[in-house]
Design a protein around this ligand. Structure first.
Ligand code: ATP
Ligand code: MG
Length: 353
C-alpha cells in the first residue's frame, strides 16, 4: 500500500505497520478513522458517535479529498475539453463525477483556473451542480463534481426526443432559479448554457453545471486551438464580439427550451446536409430573424416565453427574475408535475446512492 503523507508523519503510537490493519482505517489521503478517533492532516479529533454518522457523507466544504480516495467505475461522458467518469469514494461509498481536462499550461493560467474553480466550489445553491474539489496534476485539471444520475438534458432529449410543455415549465423553473443565483448573487454570466450543461437526477432535480469553465478554457492561452466550444446557443451580441451581459444567457435558455419542445435545434441550415461550417451558422444567428415557437403547435404562453428570451436585442429580453413570474411558468403550478417519475421512466440511473 502506498502511504499517504500523514502515515509518515504520525506521532501517535500506532501498532506496528501492519498493512492489513492500516488499510482498514487509513485512506490514501491520510485520514485515519477508528470509532470516535479521527486523525487527518489537521490533527487529532475525538468525535461523538452522532458526529461520526453526520460526518460520514462528504460535504463540499471538506476540502480533504484526494484522487487516490476514489475508484473509477466507468466513463459517463465526453466533451470537447475532457472526459467525465463515474467514481466512488472508497471510504463513504458516495458517487461523484470526476471531470478531467487535459491542459499543459503555464503557471499563471493554472492559478487563474484554480481561482475560478474556487468560486465554483463556494456556490451554495440547490440549482447548481456542486463542485467538491479540484486538483492540478500531471498536466490535467481534475474536478470532483456532484454526480447527477440522470445525465444531461441533452442525453435525456436523445431518449425522449421532445419534452411536453408542463414538464418543460417545471424544468425551466429550476434553471431560472439557478440562473437567478448566478446572475444576482454571484454576478456571473454562465456563457455556455446548453442542454449538455443542464444535469438531471432521479429526484427530479435540474442543475446548471460548467459555468465559467468553458470561458476559462477558451480564453486560456495555449488552448485556443484545442478548445472547440459550440456556437449554437451563443447570442448574436457575443458572436459580434461586443459587450455582453447576463441577458446573453437568457438567449441561450430560450434556444434550449425551443429545442427541447420541438426536438430540433432552432436554427436550421439552408442545405439538407447541415451547416457547411461554423461561420455560416454564426452568420445566420446574427443576420436572420430570431426563431420562435410555432403558434399552431404550442400554447400562447410558451410562444410568449420563447419570444421574451430569444430577442436579437438583449435589452428586449426579460431577466431570470422576471421570467420566473411569466405565465408559462405559473400556468402549470397547480398541477403535480412529477419530474422524478418523468426522468426515471426514460431509463434507470447508472448508480444511485
Ligand atoms: P463541452 O465540452 O462542449 O462543454 P459537454 O458539456 O457535453 O460539452 P462535459 O461537460 O465534459 O462536455 O460533459 C460530458 C457529459 O458528461 C455530459 O453531457 C453528461 O452526460 C456527463 N456529465 C458531465 N458532468 C456530469 C455530472 N456531474 N454528473 C453526471 N454526468 C455528468
Ligand atoms: Mg459540460
Amino acid at each position: 500500500m502506498k502511504k499517504g503523507p500523514l502515515a509518515a508523519n504520525l506521532k501517535l503510537s500506532l501498532p506496528p505497520p501492519d498493512e492489513v490493519f492500516l488499510s482498514k482505517f487509513l485512506t490514501e489521503s491520510g485520514t485515519f478513522k477508528d470509532g470516535d478517533l479521527l486523525v487527518n492532516r489537521n490533527g487529532v479529533r475525538l468525535v461523538s458517535q452522532s458526529e461520526v454518522e453526520a460526518a460520514a457523507l462528504i460535504q463540499p466544504s471538506d476540502n480533504q479529498l484526494s484522487l487516490a480516495d476514489f475508484d473509477a467505475i466507468q466513463v459517463i461522458g465526453k466533451g470537447n475539453g475532457g472526459i467525465v467518469r463515474l467514481v466512488q469514494h472508497k471510504w463513504t461509498g458516495q458517487f461523484f463525477a470526476l471531470k478531467v481536462i487535459q491542459m499543459n499550461i503555464e503557471e499563471s493560467a493554472r492559478k487563474h483556473i484554480a481561482r475560478e474553480l474556487k468560486i465554483n466550489q463556494s456556490s451554495q445553491c440547490p440549482y447548481i451542480v456542486v463542485c467538491y474539489q479540484s486538483f492540478y496534476d500531471n498536466g490535467a485539471i481534475s474536478i470532483i463534481l456532484e454526480y447527477m444520475d440522470g445525465g444531461s438534458l441533452a442525453d435525456f432529449l436523445n431518449k425522449v426526443h421532445m419534452i411536453p410543455e408542463p414538464y418543460l415549465a417545471a424544468i425551466c423553473k429550476q434553471v431560472l432559479k439557478g440562473l437567478w443565483y448566478l446572475h444576482h448573487e454571484k454576478h456571473i454570466i454562465h456563457r455556455d448554457l446548453k442542454p449538455s450543461n443542464l444535469l438531471i437526477n432521479h429526484r427530479g432535480e435540474v442543475k446548471i453545471t460548467d459555468f465559467g469553465v468553458s470561458a476559462i478554457l477558451a480564453s486560456t492561452s495555449g488552448l485556443a486551438n484545442t478548445f472547440v466550444g459550440t456556437y449554437n446557443y451563443m447570442s448574436p451580441e457575443r458572436i459580434l464580439g461586443g459587450n455582453y451581459g447576463y441577458r446573453s444567457d437568457i438567449w441561450s435558455l430560450g434556444l434550449v427550451l425551443l429545442e427541447c419542445a420541438t426536438g430540433e435545434f432552432p436554427f436550421s441550415s439552408p442545405q439538407p446536409e447541415g451547416w457547411a461550417n461554423v461561420y455560416e451558422l454564426m452568420e445566420t444567428i446574427v443576420d436572420q430573424p430570431a426563431p420562435h415557437a410555432p403558434s399552431d403547435l404550442y400554447s400562447p404562453e410558451f410562444c410568449a416565453f420563447i419570444s421574451a428570451c430569444v430577442q436579437k436585442d438583449p435589452k428586449d429580453r426579460l431577466s431570470a427574475n422576471e421570467l420566473m413570474a411569466h405565465p408559462f411558468i405559473t400556468k402549470f403550478e397547480n398541477l403535480e408535475i412529477d419530474l422524478a417519475l418523468y426522468f426515471t421512466s426514460a431509463g434507470p440511473p447508472l448508480a444511485t446512492l
